[in-house]
Design a binder for this molecule. Structure first.
Ligand SMILES: *Cc1c(COP(=O)(O)O)cnc(C)c1O
Length: 355
């Protein structure tokens, strides 16, 4: 498994911006490989830059594409941690198969990430809460308008530094519950990480944003009653020492942060379970105070406390719109493991030596 590496010269490398946002700045290099004639070819890391694609390129028309998202974290010793990247590799394979795409060899998926990080390690920030976001993608590149699985694919990998998700501290977000629109249905592609799921969510996201909420909570598409997930996060409800999260139904994206929180929470002594969760119970339990906290979990924010839900014209405040102790504790533990501040007792991290 050979990756050809074409590093830029020192003069060709870009200055690193001081102010970090999310997803607008990319490091010097990118990885690409191409699938054609039934095999993967030309695995290369070279300069970050635009592709030339034909207007008839399949992905532009029928959205045959998938992606992943993970982060590299700067450790106190200067080396860099990846967090469960092999689980992203497995999910990339599952998403590819669901979208009838040629899967990428999981070792190559991992190796491309390691090599890109090694080459662009100066882009991995050391500021608290900042990290380097890694975006692997797979797109259909056959030039043909017929509706069929492509016979050519491009696997590419880009990344760049991202600032702390929570700028003004670890503050709760407001989440709007969509009672009209649905994200995914069992049997559909809700459990594959494919761009179309996001394209379909933007309209409702805008509606939520107009009402002053930053995220959307999706309900199941059949009864419009069971809680599924929030935007690009899975969701957890805290009842004192008990935590519940929707069980995977086929229409929920199986988040790696979700699996990690489930394992970590059990290890910390919380009683955690995966179950079907009725939104009516959730709203009643918020009003009675039985639900003490709600938080989302996903790679971007890691943990995002939810301070309020909105549904129709009603607003439901959780823990008085304050971050609670359970979200805080899980956030500290999980980010502690990711950044190498505390010992990784789960074997979740892989360290890339760069210092
Ligand atoms: C990526 C994603 C998540 C979170 O998954 P992580 O592996 O924890 O980052 C949750 N929901 C959706 C729809 C996603 O695309």
């Amino acid at each position: 498994m050979a990756i050809t590496i074409r590093p830029l010269s020192d003069e060709q490398r870009k200055p690193i911006p001081q102010e970090l946002g999310f997803g607008g700045v990319f490091s010097d290099h990118m990885f690409t490989q191409e699938y054609r004639d039934g095999a993967w070819h030309d695995a290369t890391i070279g300069a970050y830059g635009p592709f030339t694609i034909d207007p008839s390129c399949a992905v532009l028309h029928y959205a045959q594409e998938i992606f992943e998202g993970l982060k590299a974290y700067r450790r106190p010793d200067g080396n860099i941690n990846l967090f469960r990247p092999w689980d992203n590799a497995k999910r990339f394979t599952r998403s590819a198969l669901r979208m009838a795409m040629a899967p990428v060899d999981e070792d190559m998926f991992l190796e491309s990430i390691r090599e890109l990080i090694k080459l662009d390690h100066r882009w991995v920030p050391s500021e608290a809460g900042a990290s380097y976001y890694i975006r692997p993608s797979l797109i259909a590149t056959q030039n043909a308008l017929g509706v069929m699985p492509s016979n050519r694919y491009l696997h590419f990998l880009i990344g760049g530094p991202v600032g702390p998700y929570f700028k003004g501290g670890f503050n709760p977000v407001g989440v709007y519950i969509s009672d009209t629109y649905r994200r995914a249905v069992k049997g559909g592609v809700g459990d594959a990480k494919t761009g179309g799921n996001y394209a379909a969510s933007l309209f409702v996201g805008q509606e939520a944003s107009d009402k002053g909420y930053s995220q959307v909570l999706w309900l199941d598409a059949i009864e419009g009653r069971y809680v599924e997930e929030v935007g690009a996060m899975n969701i957890m409800f805290v009842y004192g020492n008990k935590i519940i999260t929707p069980k995977l139904t086929g229409s929920i994206l199986p988040g790696i942060t979700r699996y990690s929180v489930i394992e970590l929470a059990a290890d910390l002594g919380y009683d955690i379970s995966e179950q079907q969760i009725d939104v009516n119970d959730v709203l009643a339990d918020i009003q009675s105070g039985a639900i003490t906290e709600v938080f989302g979990c996903g790679t971007a924010a890691v943990i995002a406390p939810v301070g309020k839900f909105g549904m129709g014209d009603q607003e439901y405040l959780i823990n008085n719109n304050q971050t609670g102790p359970v979200a805080e504790r899980i956030y500290k533990e999980l980010t502690g493991i990711q950044y190498g501040h505390i010992e990784d007792r789960f074997g979740w991290t892989e360290t890339i030596e760069v210092s």
